[in-house]
Design a protein around this ligand. Structure first.
Ligand SMILES: [Zn+2]
Length: 380
């Protein structure tokens, strides 16, 4: 039996943090609270730090100079380690619009790395594009954008097996509604973004099976009082959850608060949408076939279009709290809510029986130690 006692921590079990300890046995959380871990094989003094469930990022493209579209297991492994450093223990490897060949290479890279990650676990693949509206393309490469094609998606799902967990598309494109129904039937989350959908078109998409909004407000028709668009349709549909890039660039803090008031911590998830510059800083990179310049942490194309982010999950958590979201809710938005979105009932929570995916964090939101299934993966 493999056991670890983490004591002298403030535990995030749902509400306000509570002082106590946590016992890990065989990769699972065995006990939580005011417990005695004297017979554990190893123990760690948390020195009063926070113990959170490991965070879950459902939208990340790369990190540390590695782009998941490289199509190599090495890139996936690098992202896995970068995530662990930031307190993130599961992620959806996210594609960008590309040729089918490049998407297949990405899928092969992820499949080769899955199950042998040294850091954060691969929770699956998020296919962002190519079925997106050129009018709201953001940094997606227009060259690859096309209308939804069910036979192509069938081939992608055959190739990727159960790895595909989410597909982001523009529902108003010809074939968009059929694609949403097709994905929902197969248990894949149909998410919308890079879309010019009107309020009415978006309502149809949500009624037809779309259940999630990728980087809400970014890459979509903006809110207008006579033309409320996709965002207000999402507000009015209780089953719809939204992603937020909380990096002080993609969303004004007042918009972060509005999303929180409308959707609540149960239907809003923090994401990074990070590109390979995450962890490296300013410089020039290639992403989605474009040259991307990162200056002061902000990634843009030459025309000023925002191109992904460099924020990390722990920074996003800090910024969400700074924007005014209560700490326990911000933690839920990075942990339990994305776990529920992905149908992972044993992740994103600190409770007996759950996977021991944990992060010991300082009050300044620095990840001090990260554990996946009870094994320390950062620092390693
Ligand atoms: Zn996007």
């Amino acid at each position: 039996m493999n056991s670890l006692f983490i004591h002298n921590v403030r535990l995030f079990t749902g509400g306000e943090p509570v002082e106590g300890g946590l016992l890990v046995r065989d990769g699972k959380i065995a006990a939580v609270g005011d417990i005695d871990g004297a017979d554990a094989e190893a123990s760690i003094d948390g020195h009063g730090g926070w113990l959170l469930p490991g965070m879950i990022d459902v939208h990340i493209h790369g990190a540390d100079g590695y782009d998941l579209m490289d199509g190599t297991a090495r890139s996936v492994e690098a992202v896995s380690l970068a995530c662990a450093r930031t307190g993130c223990t599961s992620f959806l490897a996210t594609s960008v619009s590309s040729s089918l060949e490049d998407l297949y290479a990405m899928i092969s890279g992820v499949a080769a790395a899955a199950g042998r990650e040294s850091g954060a676990r691969i929770a699956g693949i998020h296919i962002e594009g190519p079925y997106l509206n050129a009018k709201r393309k953001g940094m997606q490469n227009e060259k690859y954008l096309r209308n939804p094609d069910i036979s192509e998606m069938e081939a992608i799902l055959r190739r990727a097996g159960s790895l595909v967990r989410m597909v982001t598309l523009a529902p108003e494109l010809p074939g968009g509604m059929e694609m949403i129904a097709f994905l929902k039937e197969r248990g894949v989350i149909a998410a919308v973004a890079h879309s010019d959908a009107t309020y009415e078109e978006a309502l149809l998409a949500f009624r037809g099976g779309a259940s999630h909004v990728t980087h809400c407000c970014n890459g979509m028709r903006p809110i207008h009082h006579r033309d409320p668009g996709l965002v207000l349709a999402a507000f009015e549909m209780p089953h719809v959850s939204v992603q937020a890039i909380v990096d002080d660039v993609h969303l004004h803090p007042a918009m972060v608060r509005l999303l929180y008031r409308e959707k609540g911590a149960d239907k809003m998830v923090l994401i990074t949408d990070a590109l390979q510059a995450m962890g490296l800083g300013d410089g020039t990179y290639v992403f989605g076939g474009h040259e991307v310049t990162v200056a002061h942490g902000v990634a843009t194309l030459s025309d000023g279009t925002l191109a992904s982010s460099t924020v990390t999950m722990n920074e996003a958590l800090a910024k969400a709290v700074r924007a005014g979201i209560p700490l326990p809710d911000a933690v839920a938005m990075a942990t339990r809510t994305p776990a529920d979105l992905l149908g992972l009932p044993n992740k994103g929570r600190i409770e007996p029986g759950a996977d021991a995916d944990l992060v010991l964090m300082s009050e300044s939101f620095e990840a001090l130690r990260t554990f996946v299934n009870g094994r320390q993966v950062f620092p390693c």
